[in-house]
Design a protein around this ligand. Sequence first.
Ligand SMILES: Cc1cc2nc3c(=O)[nH]c(=O)nc-3n(C[C@H](O)[C@H](O)[C@H](O)COP(=O)(O)OP(=O)(O)OC[C@H]3O[C@@H](n4cnc5c(N)ncnc54)[C@H](O)[C@@H]3O)c2cc1C
Length: 315
Amino acid sequence: MTGQLSTNPELSMAALLSAFGPNLEFARDLAPLSSFKTGGKASYFIAAGSTGEVTKAVSAARRLKIPFFVIGGGTNLLISDSGFSGLIIRVEVTGLKLRSETEIECGAGEELKALINFATENELTGLEFAAGIWGTVGGAIYGNAGAYGGEIGSVVSEVSLVDLEGRPRTVTAEYGRFAYRDSHFKRTREIIVSAVFKLAKGQKQAIEQKISDILVQREEKYCNLGNSAGCFFKNIPDPKEKYGKLSAGRLLDEVGAKELEVGGAKVFEKHANIIVNKGNASSQDIRRLADIMKKKVRDKFGVELTEEIVQIGDF
Ligand SMILES: Cc1cc2nc3c(=O)[nH]c(=O)nc-3n(C[C@H](O)[C@H](O)[C@H](O)COP(=O)(O)OP(=O)(O)OC[C@H]3O[C@@H](n4cnc5c(N)ncnc54)[C@H](O)[C@@H]3O)c2cc1C
């Protein structure tokens, strides 16, 4: 659900607190929760630490006709400067445990990094590709986060979620219909509360080595990056290219994107598909810069770039 509906001005603070519980926050500043460090306020905000809390928040929002939007680590978001007129639910469901010799059950609010560390400690291989990807497990499943030829969807076996009626249920990986930076959850907007990952037995030293190699490569690519949300646009599917994708960064490089700036937003000098907040950017600066980048690629190559980042609120 997004900000298409407006919040109901008739609702008193007491009625809202009674429906959502005492942890409901009002006029919450969202910029600190986004890795771009931009954006306005949410009318209402709640951090949900359990499936029950997610269920309660979704059911109350439905009952009171308040639009809501779910966030995790905020590392793939562009939040409107005018904020979000509705409820932001931040999924903070934590917990990591072995379900079997090769399966890990993980709360959606866990950092992806914590899941990778847990897998390494338990000598489980299959998640190394994700080393260095920011954000939470829920966000990674939603966007089928990936790198170095691997994708989260390929190691997920089960997802527990709360649907838009506020009902909890568990689905298998097939339901997720994972594809490049895509999942069925993008369409259903269901809220992921936990997941099971099916890995394989490996050797701790070999796992650590793989992770360390990837982190070294990422450090070279991203050092001194600053406030950003990683790649702004998706790569373009192309079977002739490495990993089956034509790099959006390469096209952007060829149109001179690394020289571009709008207000406080600029393109990262080491990677033409990354926008950085120099410190004083507004989300509108970032959006305008992204539009210029898109136009340049369209004009030169006839290719329409599509956003990997997710926008919240009006632009
Ligand atoms: C420096 C840097 C490098 C990055 N490198 C990579 C990379 O290599 N590969 C890659 O794929 N990404 C990369 N990213 C992008 C980002 O880290 C991932 O997309 C990450 O998976 C987003 O997770 P999040 O928890 O921060 O999600 P958020 O940014 O909070 O949300 C993103 C989307 O996920 C949805 N969402 C979040 N949690 C849930 C949930 N529990 N249930 C349902 N929906 C949910 C939100 O509604 C939103 O639509 C990078 C980002 C940065 C800043």
